[in-house]
Write a protein that binds this ligand. Structure first.
Ligand code: URA
Length: 293
């Protein structure tokens, strides 16, 4: 028996037949650590940062890569744009064996101090994605795994990259849904959504995070997200400034960190990672005797 939210054994996540976009890759099985960018080009960018990398072209312009980073086997799979596309790819990826998924996305910052090129580690997301309404009631949270979030923060610190931690808003619309004018039209709520999200402390807009967080919980796998700021909604600047490459590197580093934490957990039969795990006995014998009475 697994506890709610804990990874479930493969085979306990039945899904009806879909388009089978993974094809041979599904039959071969995916490694447990998977990076998911939206853009297929980012799959190739990631592969260039790894060793033993091999790219796998997939139908409909999707792309995957397998390889190693610091000796840990990992894969990258493009989710495409938006929650419905992510739903499809994530479901197939989990069926194929992925257990820890990190979205490596691009995003629009809602704040002047979160500049283009900075990274955002999103620990949760507002569910304006549409897709997850088919899975869970609106009150169900879209929250990342704390282990994956912590590993991403650790990776940002190790690599000394500028980063922020907080909540995203995931929308099923790029223009009106994120408060932009489209063909002279702002639509219902479009005029207010930027101010509303900013006042609620939301850091950024993107288009896949909440779907990943909700579906990962329901599928019993771990998920986290790092995004690089390519648009700033205060200054109006649209530029990458090296953030995408840094986000890919941070995600690979986070996999190294998670693999080490998973090894520590397995060695000590701990169900969850905590910062003092692996640093020797946690309670002195005297304390333990006192606790036991
Ligand atoms: N991705 C989004 O969804 N919005 C932006 O503003 C930039 C990237």
């Amino acid at each position: 028996m697994t506890r709610a939210g804990e990874p479930k054994p493969p085979g306990s996540r039945p899904a009806e037949r879909g388009p089978n976009l993974l094809g041979d890759l599904a039959r071969a099985g995916l490694p447990r650590y998977l990076l998911m960018p939206g853009d297929p080009e980012r799959v190739s960018l990631m592969a260039r940062q790894w060793s033993k990398a091999r790219e796998h072209p997939l139908p409909r312009g999707f792309r995957a890569a397998t390889g190693q980073f610091n000796g840990v086997a990992l894969a990258s799979l493009a989710s495409g744009m938006g929650a419905p596309s992510l739903e499809l790819m994530l479901t197939e990826a989990v069926q194929a064996g992925a257990e820890t998924i990190i979205r490596v996305g691009t995003t629009g910052s809602l704040h002047a101090h979160i500049e283009n090129g900075h990274l955002i580690v999103n620990e949760a997301a507002v569910r304006l994605d549409g897709t997850t309404d088919f899975y869970a009631r609106p009150e169900y949270p879209a929250a990342a795994s704390y282990e994956v979030t912590l590993a991403l923060v650790e990776a940002c610190e190790r690599l000394s990259v500028p980063y922020h931690v907080g909540i995203a808003a995931t929308t099923s619309s790029f223009f009106v849904g994120q408060g932009r004018m489209a063909s002279g039209f702002r639509g219902r709520g479009g005029a207010d959504v930027v101010a509303e999200m900013r006042e609620a402390g939301v850091l950024n807009f993107e288009m896949e995070g909440s779907a990943l967080f909700v579906l990962a919980r329901l599928l019993g796998v771990r998920a986290g997200m790092v995004t690089s700021v390519i648009g700033n909604r205060v200054s109006g600047e649209w530029a990458d400034r090296g953030g995408t490459e840094r986000a890919c590197r941070v995600a690979a580093e986070a996999v190294t960190i998670l693999a080490e934490w998973d090894r520590l957990k397995e060695a000590s039969s701990a169900r969850s990672y905590f910062p003092s795990l692996g640093r020797g006995p946690r309670v002195s014998e005297a304390d333990e005797r006192r606790t036991r009475g």
